[in-house]
Design a binder for this molecule. Structure first.
Ligand code: BG6
Length: 463
């Protein structure tokens, strides 16, 4: 029996630091964080958790905590500093050492090729709205497969084409800070083509192992059961989940989704002849699933499209989703939420897994992220994050219920391995199993780290 993967996850820009070391080029996030546009929490990932220098300590701690899997991302701007040109051998050597360190500790490395940080040269030339980025990505992916493919058996092309483009082109809080759904669909379309192109390159290269894509997916709920609410839920499912999942798993965007965005007035000229066959031949082997909460919606009533995210974690922030002619986000005032307004709803895990089982012929799934952000407090050198333990226990129980219901779940990774840069939320919003003092960079396991280690050891070889 293949062992179940129990581990945790990070992403390059959020934890590595070393933003301009060893030949690294600038990424879109390096430039954004150093600009005036970064005005909500004006901090950078220049140092972050210093994982670039401290990866050995971090991986050793994971192994000590019983974890047998580590998902991390490669910074494209380290490996190909300008996105398309020369390959930086020092970067490949670095990631090779990270992979070897994992293997030496009995930790399976799961590698994400792209997690939000685009080389700045490509970003400046139009980023994901420029089709040249698709070919550049496939080439960069091949460089990584060639370098690490003998030791890495789980690859993920893109992290969250849905959430990234939502933030970058609808909420406007990630670079390029645009609020225009038509541009969002254009960028997402190209991201899906890029993922499929990398999958094809992986297959054609005959590399061992499996390749997937990471999708943030949500069970969609309504507080009422009228036909109007059901219609809103259907539209929200297309908007949040199926535009990515159908495309990556079945090899085509849902026809209804394409018709609906066209009816919105989207300029569909981003569709080129031959794209359909690229998507069809680039379907994934497994789905990486990021599960945080459910999505509660109600019918669209009036007004223009308007999306906002609470990035302050207090009353000055607002979570708002109004998508004209599609749906609006609803709110249940009775449920528990974290300070950023994220609902604590563990059954989301069971529900989304069962939905995916039924919709996609029980495709293998690895939970590539699950976790919760809080402002943790250090008391006498200890971090008593019982709220995180409760959250993780609830979601893991629901995952195990889904496995009992026949869902093919093959791994579970906590977000995040240690505290890191929470994008536009800065450093106050902590997700780690391990606390990082961002002044001294000292690591301290939290209570949740110990709880997770005990949970893993209580499972034995079982799930
Ligand atoms: C996921 C991302 O969407 O959520 C991570 O893949 C991110 O990179 C995590 O950090 C939590 O979101 P946030 O915005 O609270 O850091």
């Amino acid at each position: 029996m293949t062992r179940f993967l129990w581990g945790s996850a990070t992403a390059a820009y959020q934890c590595e630091g070393a933003w301009d070391e060893d030949g690294k080029g600038k990424s879109s996030w390096d430039v954004f964080c150093h600009s005036d546009l970064n005005n909500v929490n004006p901090v950078t990932g220049d140092v972050a958790s210093d994982h670039y220098h401290r990866y050995e300590e971090d991986i050793r701690m994971m192994a000590e905590g019983g974890q047998n899997a580590y998902r991390f991302s490669i910074a494209w701007s380290r490996v190909v500093p300008d996105g398309t040109g020369d390959v930086n051998e020092a970067a490949l050597e670095h990631y090779s050492r990270v992979v070897d360190t994992c293997l030496a500790h009995g930790v399976e490395p799961l590698v994400t090729l792209y997690h939000y940080d685009l080389p700045q040269t490509l970003f400046a030339a139009g980023g994901w709205e420029n089709r040249a980025t698709i070919d550049a990505f496939a080439r960069y992916a091949t460089v990584c497969f060639d370098s690490l493919g003998d030791r890495v058996s789980h690859w993920m092309t893109i992290n969250e084409p849905g959430y990234e483009t939502l933030c970058s082109y609808a909420i406007g809080n990630y670079p390029p800070n645009v609020r225009d759904l038509g541009r969002r669909w254009h960028a997402m379309y190209n991201l899906m083509l890029a993922s499929a192109s990398a999958v094809t390159a992986f297959r054609e290269g005959g590399y061992p192992g499996r390749i997937g894509l990471v999708s943030d997916s949500y069970p969609v709920h309504t507080l009422e059961n009228t036909p109007e609410f059901e219609q809103a839920a259907h539209f929200a499912d297309l908007f949040q989940n199926r535009c990515v999942n159908d495309t990556a798993i079945l090899g085509a965007f849902p026809a209804e989704f394409m018709e609906k965005i066209e009816a919105d007035g989207t300029d569909m000229s981003f569709i080129h002849e031959g794209d359909e066959s690229v998507l069809r031949s680039g379907t994934i082997d497994f789905l990486g699933l990021n599960v945080y909460d459910r999505f509660l919606v109600k019918p669209y009533t009036t007004g223009e499209t308007d999306l906002r995210a609470n990035n302050t974690g207090d009353a000055s922030g607002e979570n708002r989703v109004v998508v004209k002619d599609w749906f609006e986000m609803d709110e249940d005032p009775t449920t528990e939420k974290n300070p950023w307004g994220m609902e604590i709803y563990p059954a989301a895990m069971y529900e989304i897994l069962v939905e995916l089982r039924d919709r996609y012929s029980n495709i293998p799934v690895i939970i590539t992220e699950n976790g919760v952000g809080y402002r943790d407090v250090v008391e006498n050198g200890e971090i008593h994050d019982s709220y995180r333990i409760d959250y993780l226990r609830g979601f893991i129980d629901e995952m195990q219920r889904a496995i009992g219901a026949g869902c093919d779940v093959q791994g579970y990774l906590v977000w995040s391995t240690m505290d890191l840069y929470s994008w536009i939320n800065g450093y106050e919003k902590r997700y780690g199993l391990v606390h990082v003092d961002f002044d001294t960079l000292e690591r301290t396991p939290k209570d949740s780290f110990v709880w997770y280690a005990n949970h893993i050891s209580s499972q034995g070889a079982q799930r």
